[in-house]
Design a protein around this ligand. Structure first.
Ligand code: MD3
Ligand code: FE
Length: 215
């Protein structure tokens, strides 16, 4: 009888390439939940969770906050800015732990050292979803996006370059990090409605953090 009994319950992190340029680092930050959540909360204290209105006029079920270059809106619609252009107040800086995580994940995924300038955070309550979309408001599509999943699990939809392309379903759990770059950077993607549940650290939510080069 050995301690191997518990090995399956807590496997070491493993890397899974799900498409060219898209690498899942399973459990990469599983042991850092408290520090990451503290970083999220420090940003949310300055940029409270808000439900954005889509260009089509719908209120998003996902609540958002951000730091670094974040969203601002004016007569031209939403765009990235280093500040809230309505008040002139700069968005808070990206916490050091998130900068370090992004760099380490990008290196592990084979993209080399990475210095993001934008950090968007999404909070999903049970039932919240994110419809299929492309991320194309950033200036540099050559840079990857690093995403971190915390709290309740979700099913990620990973489609192709056309909205109608068949989408694969990729389960994402607390502590998973995905690096999206290269040929997958402009693929359609979304999140299916999050199921009811309670996570011991995060509570009845899923929180996703994306680190980007926006400007
Ligand atoms: C694949 N967020 O904020 S993160 C978003 O879980 C967004 O909250 C989702 O899509 C979430 O825009 C997914 C993973 C992600 C982010 C950007 C991508 C996957 C991507 C860009 C291209 C391809
Ligand atoms: Fe997206």
């Amino acid at each position: 009888m050995t301690m191997d009994l518990f090995e399956d319950a807590l496997p070491p992190p493993w890397h899974e390439q799900i498409a060219p340029g898209a690498v899942v680092l399973h459990g990469f930050v599983r042991d850092h939940g408290p520090e990451l959540l503290a970083a999220v909360n420090s940003v949310v204290a300055q940029v409270p969770w808000r439900h954005m209105i889509t260009p089509g006029g719908y209120r998003m079920s996902v609540a958002m906050s951000w730091c670094g270059n974040g969203w601002t809106s004016d007569n031209r619609g939403y765009r990235y800015s280093d500040r809230d252009t309505r008040t002139g107040k700069p968005w808070p800086p990206i916490p050091e732990i998130l900068m370090a995580l992004a760099d380490e994940a990008a290196v592990q995924a084979g993209f080399g050292h990475y210095v993001p300038d934008s950090c968007l955070m999404n909070r999903y309550d049970p039932g919240s979803k994110l419809s299929l979309h492309q991320d194309k408001d950033e200036n540099d599509f050559g840079a990857p996006i690093v995403s971190v999943s915390l709290g309740l699990p979700a099913v990620f939809q990973f489609g192709g370059l056309q909205r109608g392309d068949r989408a694969r379903r990729v389960p994402l759990a607390h502590g998973d990090v995905v690096v999206w770059g290269g040929p997958s950077r402009l693929n359609y993607h979304g999140i299916l409605p999050v199921k009811e549940g309670y996570h011991s650290l995060v509570g009845p939510h899923r929180i996703n953090i994306t680190l980007r080069k926006a400007l």
